[in-house]
Design a protein around this ligand. Structure first.
Ligand code: DCP
Ligand code: CA
Length: 428
């Protein structure tokens, strides 16, 4: 992209957002302000203007899921133990919250967004990306359309949202930070570097608390300070994550929106090499299938409300048991536990050997489940992600539960792919 007129740039800046503007995109990021608290205010208008803390009563155990901006003035924030919230804000209104209502509200929110463009990514319960790039004929001005969208959503839902627009996802999300609360901020092409340079490093999603500590020790506090770090240095400090930081800090992000529709279900099943009786081996298969299934759920950011187990006996009769769970699940341990219970219900009555088992996750949602009663740091997604990182490096077989290891006696084992089951497609 060097046009020969020579823009003076610090090391590595040639890879900045500006250099990637050959095909400009228009991405809108929209996020509801103080989501759970805003819904509580709608449910009880007498709460308007008051510090509202959602997640539990003031003397209960647990942490705040969120709080209104009025409460934030007192230093209260999401993830803070409720009793500490109470100390900082004793006159605050504490409510336990109701996830079903937030979920229904979230669905209304997304329905409105889908009317504006076919390209919508539902990023979390109260947050979405919209891409207008393909809607040039529809909207003479994208900025105007984004403002209309904001007003429309606020009027329809009775809450405020913050909107950021830019040429890619990460910049749009960072623009929303500036817009919060209730604002609109368009990060215009050409202004990205100026905007990024001054932001604190904690604004980048790739920089967690640990990376922050390390960078601050190196006297790096702003995103602009990061530009002076060579890519190799970031890599040696943070591995693959360092690469991400390198590009994020320059506002480079080529990720498309994850707009594909939700699958109806995800399942993994296998037919055995020979019919099986041995409960231990059957459960080992089931555990392995759950492991493969939850990998697929994580890859697609899905959570399941329904877990289903299927077994086929040697006389080809198929039986299915299913269970509905209120808080949608993604985590291996939890899904396996349910699958095991269902399987044992099926199997205990059976006099025949089995020729197939399968497990299915259905009623899927992409919405992060309720965090009201669990601290953020203990979220199962975090564990799952750590697991995936190890597997990416050392292969799927690098981390298996003791139960799965029983399959050693039955199948070939390939470190990269795991066990080579009879139904080949399942080992993909
Ligand atoms: N949430 C949660 N636990 C957390 C963080 C959030 O349960 N540790 C829930 C409550 C929030 C909702 O998710 O209302 C959306 O999260 P956000 O991070 O978008 O926070 P808010 O919408 O509450 O506030 P804002 O976006 O205005 O900062
Ligand atoms: Ca929000």
């Amino acid at each position: 992209m060097d046009n020969g007129r020579g823009v003076v740039s610090s090391p590595g800046r040639g890879e900045s957002a500006a250099a990637h503007r050959a095909h400009p995109r228009y991405v809108v990021h929209i996020d509801i302000d103080a989501f759970f608290a805003a819904v509580e205010v709608l449910l009880d208008p007498s709460l308007r203007g008051k510090p509202v803390i959602v997640g539990g009563l003031s003397q209960e155990r647990g942490v705040a899921a969120t709080c209104s901006y009025e409460a934030r003035k007192f230093g209260v924030h999401a993830g803070m133990p409720l009793r500490q919230c109470y100390k900082l804000c004793p006159h605050g209104v504490f409510v336990r919250g109701n996830y079903q209502i937030y979920q229904a509200f979230s669905e209304r929110f997304f329905r409105l967004l889908h009317a504006y463009t076919p390209d919508v990514e539902e990023a979390s319960l109260d947050e979405a990306y919209l891409e207008f790039t393909r809607c040039g004929r529809l909207y003479p001005s994208f900025a105007e359309a984004a403002r209309t969208l904001k007003r429309h959503v606020e009027r329809e839902l009775g809450i405020t949202v913050s909107v950021g627009t830019a040429g890619n996802k990460i910049l749009a999300k960072l623009a929303t930070k500036r817009a919060k609360p209730a604002g609109f901020f368009e990060l215009e092409p050409g202004r990205e570097e100026a905007y990024l340079g001054d932001l604190g490093i904690e604004a980048l999603p790739g920089i967690g608390p640990k990376a922050q500590v390390i960078l601050r020790l190196l006297n790096i506090h702003k995103i602009g300070d990061l530009w002076n770090l060579p890519r190799a240095t970031l890599h040696s400090l943070f591995g693959e994550g360092g690469e991400e930081i390198y590009f994020q800090s320059r506002g480079v992000d080529a990720r498309p929106l994850a707009t594909h529709a939700l699958p109806k279900s995800v399942s993994r099943e296998t037919t055995f090499l020979q019919d099986l009786w041995d409960k231990r081996l059957l459960l080992a298969h089931l555990a392995y299938l759950c492991d493969r299934l939850t990998l697929a759920l994580r890859e697609d950011n899905l959570y399941a409300h329904v877990i289903e187990v299927k077994a086929r006996t040697s006389d080809f009769k198929t039986e299915i048991k299913r269970r509905l769970v209120l808080t949608p699940l993604q985590e291996m341990g939890k899904i396996y536990k349910i699958a095991e219970e269902l399987f044992l219900e099926l199997f205990t009555g059976s006099r025949l050997a089995l020729r197939l088992v399968g497990v299915k996750a259905a009623d899927l949602t992409r919405v992060r489940p309720l965090a009201l009663f669990e601290p953020y740091s203990e979220r199962p997604e975090r564990l799952g992600r750590a697991l995936d990182q190890v597997r990416e490096k050392y292969g799927f077989g690098a981390v298996l539960t003791a139960r799965e290891k029983f399959l050693d006696d039955v199948y070939d084992f390939e470190p990269r792919r795991g066990y080579v089951l009879k139904t080949a497609s399942l080992t993909r």
